[in-house]
Design a protein around this ligand. Structure first.
Ligand SMILES: [Zn+2]
Length: 398
């Protein structure tokens, strides 16, 4: 494979990282200042950006089938390397034909590097220059991740988009952040070296906490690696909203225009709007499905706690403006009954609705960017979703 310069081989262009250009092409179709809409091509189909990815931690989006996901127009699903490595094991997934075939999701998939979960879930962990040794949160057994191991696992899983191994440090631990960022850069280089498959887009990850100088340094370093896309890590981990916005304002202007940007683990509807405004293309978050399992639904009048007695005889759907199966078919009264009777269908219906609400928001935003009106609509969009956040506080304890 060609490793330097752009070359033609058998009529296909490969860049210096050895990627087939057409496979991971990103075409921006419209821009409103820093917000963009475009198309990112992957081996399992195109992602129309900006895009929100439901999270399928254990090779399943909790309570939903792939058919449900197709019905709500999900295009990208994220799965977690740490979890699948521990159970059922990445080699088993490989032997079963890879993640797409194993879980019967044939649209694009993304896996994280496992780093974040090692730092947030594993019972004990010891980090050194070479990697991290940790104990499984399932049975306490000892394991070790290195950049090379993370890439090997992700190659066995076989997602379309994979991540370099990184260290996500506490954003408020200013002394440690620089050390973690520099290590993340060395690990990104090792991750790239370890890669053997050409049909997976390996994204480098920008770190640096909430320090603008470090973030700028990290953005430039990762951009220079020339990966087919760039992830922004270490946000939505305890910093303020203002710090997240300020960090994005430093990072995205330093990234190449023609590569998709993925803001990891973010976030709330407000975060999606603010992220797109600052030039982010890809998001994922467990929030919609986690809320659903706690009976909380996005709605125009605010986030609803469907356990609330006021819904016992409510004949309306969760959201009269929503086109999802749950809203087109069932009343709030019925869904509340399912919740009170502890029926599993409740989680499925509210998950369908909450995910569709965010996917619909992204569809709306793409339309606004295409017609050039996104920026002028921000106050309305934020007002609508801010109302959701406020309502949640008002109904708390009811
Ligand atoms: Zn709905």
């Amino acid at each position: 494979m060609v490793k330097s310069g752009i070359s033609w081989i058998y009529g296909v262009i490969y860049d210096r990282a050895g990627y087939n250009h057409r496979m991971f092409e990103f075409n921006i179709t419209a821009k409103n200042n820093r917000a963009r809409t475009g198309k990112f091509s992957t081996p399992h189909g195109d992602l129309i950006t900006p895009v929100f990815a439901p999270v399928g931690t254990q090779a399943t989006v909790k309570t939903l089938t792939p058919e449900h996901l197709k019905d709500i127009n999900a295009s990208l699903v994220l799965s977690n390397t740490y979890h699948l490595y521990l159970r059922p094991g990445d080699e088993l997934v490989r032997d079963m034909g890879g993640l797409h075939k194993f879980m019967q999701w044939h649209r694009p998939m993304l896996t994280d590097s496992g780093g974040f979960q090692v730092f947030s879930l594993a019972q004990t962990r010891k980090i050194d220059e070479d990697g991290v040794t940790f104990k499984s949160h399932i049975d306490g057994s000892t394991h070790r991740f290195t950049p090379e191991k993370s890439i090997q696992i992700q190659e066995n899983l076989g997602a379309d988009i994979i991540m370099a191994f990184d260290e996500c440090a506490d954003p408020n631990d200013h002394k440690y952040i620089q050390k973690a960022m520099e290590r993340t850069h060395r690990w990104a280089e090792r991750s790239l070296q370890a890669r053997t498959r050409q049909d997976q887009a390996l994204f480098g990850i920008v770190q640096g906490g909430v320090d603008p100088t470090l973030r700028a340094e990290s953005a430039k370093f990762i951009a220079a690696l020339d990966t087919p896309g760039i992830a922004i890590g270490g946000l939505s981990v305890g910093e303020t909203k203002q710090e997240m916005h300020d960090t994005l304002d430093v990072v995205t202007p330093l990234l190449p225009e023609n590569k998709p940007r993925y803001l990891m683990g973010v976030g709330t509807p407000e975060d999606l709007i603010n992220g797109v405004l600052r030039g982010v293309d890809i998001f994922d978050c467990v929030l919609p499905t986690r809320l659903a399992r706690h009976h909380s639904a996005f709605a125009p009048e605010g986030r609803l706690n469907l356990m609330n007695a006021s819904f016992a005889r409510d004949e309306r759907p969760i959201d009269t403006t929503c086109d999802c199966y749950a809203c087109q078919t069932f009343t709030r009264a019925y869904i509340r009954h399912l919740i009170m009777a502890k029926e599993l269908l409740a989680g499925t219906l509210v998950s369908i609705h909450n995910l569709r609400a965010l996917i619909r928001l992204m569809e709306q935003i793409r339309g606004f960017i295409a017609e050039g009106s996104f920026e002028s609509r921000i106050p309305d969009l934020l007002g609508q979703w801010d109302n959701n956040a406020k309502r949640k506080q008002q109904t708390k304890g009811n």
